[in-house]
Write a protein that binds this ligand. Structure first.
Ligand SMILES: C[S@@+](CC[C@H](N)C(=O)[O-])C[C@H]1O[C@@H](n2cnc3c(N)ncnc32)[C@H](O)[C@@H]1O
Ligand SMILES: *[C@@H]1O[C@H](CO)[C@@H](O)[C@H](O)[C@H]1NC(C)=O
Ligand SMILES: *[C@@H]1O[C@H](CO)[C@@H](O)[C@H](O)[C@H]1NC(C)=O
Ligand SMILES: *[C@@H]1O[C@H](CO)[C@@H](O)[C@H](O)[C@H]1NC(C)=O
Ligand SMILES: *[C@@H]1O[C@H](CO)[C@@H](O)[C@H](O)[C@H]1NC(C)=O
Length: 263
C-alpha cells in the first residue's frame, strides 16, 4: 500500500496520468462533436409547451425512479427532493404523497400550472425576492414548490441544499455547452448526504440533433467524478417507435447514483 502510494507520487506517473486524462477528454469531445454547438433558447421551450409538443412528458411515474427509489432514500423519510427542469413530472406528486418535499425549477409557467391542475393540488403564487422576475408556485395540500425561472438563476441560497435529486430530462435537455456550469450548480445543491439519481441517454448523435442530447458515461464521470462517487444502477434498451421516427437505431437509458465523496 505504502509502496503503491510512493510510486504514484513519482512525477513521471503523474505525467502519464495527466496524459491519459487529456486523451480521455479529447475522446469525449470527439463523441460530443455532432451536438456540441446545438443551442435552444428558453423561448423555444415555452413554444413547445404552448403547442403541446411535450413528447418527453410521461403520464406514469418513471419506471427507473420507482425501481431505484430504495437506493435514493437509503432508509430516510421526509427527504427534500430537487427536480431540475421539472416540467410537470407526475413523479413530484408521487413523492410528495409519500411525505417527501419537492422543489422544482421550470421556465414554463404553463407547465407548472398544468402540474398543479392535473394533480388536483391547489397552489399559491409568490414573487421570489432572491431571483428578480421569478415566481414560486406552492402547493397547498402538498409540500411542492415550483420555481418559474431559468435554472441557472437558481442557487442554494433560495431553498438550501437537498437530500435527493431526480435528474430526468434535465442534463440531457440543457444546451451541451452548459454542462460544466450545470454540474457545478447541481453539486452545489447537494447536501452531504444527498443521493442524486441521474438519467442519461446513449444513442448515435450523428442521427438526431436533440434534445434530448446524447450524454456518454465518460462525460458523467468527467462532470461529477472529481467531487462525487458514481454508480451505474440500471441500463435499459428503451428504443420505441417515437425514437425510430427520429432516425435512431438504438437508445440506451442509463441511471446513475451520484453521491458526494465523503471527505
Ligand atoms: C425535456 S423536459 C423534461 C421535463 C421533466 N423533467 C420530465 O421528465 O418530464 C425539459 C424541461 O425543462 C424546461 N427548461 C429547459 N431549459 C430550462 C432552463 N434553463 N431553466 C428552466 N427550465 C428549463 C423546459 O420548459 C422543459 O419543460
Ligand atoms: C474513444 O472512443 C471510442 C468510441 O467513440 C472508443 O471505441 C475508444 O476505445 C475510445 N478510445 C480511448 C483511448 O478512450
Ligand atoms: C417543506 O419542504 C421544505 C424544503 O423544501 C422544508 O424545509 C419544510 O420543512 C417542509 N415542510 C413540511 C411541512 O414538511
Ligand atoms: C383529479 O380530479 C379529477 C376530477 O375529480 C379526476 O378525474 C382525476 O383523476 C384527478 N387526478 C388525479 C391525478 O388525482
Ligand atoms: C439569470 O441568468 C442569466 C443567464 O444565466 C443572467 O444573465 C442573469 O443575470 C441572471 N439573473 C439573475 C437575477 O441572477
Amino acid at each position: 500500500m505504502l509502496r503503491a502510494r510512493a510510486l504514484c507520487n513519482l512525477p513521471w506517473l503523474l505525467l502519464c496520468h495527466a496524459a491519459a486524462v487529456s486523451r480521455a477528454e479529447a475522446n469525449i469531445s470527439s463523441m460530443l462533436a455532432p451536438q456540441e454547438n446545438r443551442v435552444l433558447v428558453l423561448g423555444e421551450w415555452e413554444e413547445r409547451w404552448q403547442e403541446g409538443r411535450i413528447g418527453f412528458h410521461q403520464p406514469e411515474v418513471h419506471r427507473m425512479l420507482e425501481n431505484n427509489l430504495d437506493k435514493v432514500l437509503a432508509g430516510r423519510t421526509g427527504v427534500c427532493f430537487f427536480f431540475p427542469l421539472c416540467g410537470k413530472a407526475v413523479d413530484m406528486k408521487w413523492l410528495a404523497d409519500m411525505g417527501h418535499s419537492v422543489v422544482g425549477v421550470e421556465i414554463s409557467e404553463k407547465a407548472i400550472k398544468e402540474f398543479f391542475e392535473e394533480n388536483n393540488v391547489t397552489y399559491s403564487e409568490e414573487p421570489v425576492p432572491a431571483i428578480p422576475g421569478a415566481k414560486v408556485y406552492k402547493g397547498t395540500e402538498r409540500n411542492i414548490s415550483l420555481y418559474q425561472c431559468d435554472l441557472f438563476n437558481f442557487s442554494s441560497s433560495v431553498e438550501g441544499q437537498f437530500g435527493a435529486i431526480w435528474d430526468r430530462g434535465s442534463l440531457v435537455a440543457i444546451n451541451p455547452r452548459d454542462r460544466e456550469k450545470y454540474a457545478a450548480l447541481i453539486t452545489s445543491l447537494m447536501a452531504k448526504d444527498c443521493r442524486c439519481l441521474l438519467d442519461t441517454l446513449l444513442y448515435n448523435p450523428e442521427l438526431y440533433p436533440g434534445p434530448p442530447f446524447f450524454v456518454p458515461d465518460e462525460q458523467v464521470q468527467s462532470l461529477f467524478g472529481n467531487s462525487c462517487d458514481i454508480e451505474l444502477l440500471q441500463s435499459a434498451d428503451t428504443l420505441t417507435d417515437r425514437h425510430r421516427g427520429w432516425g435512431l437505431d438504438y437508445l440506451t437509458e442509463n441511471v446513475h447514483l451520484i453521491t458526494p465523496k465523503s471527505t
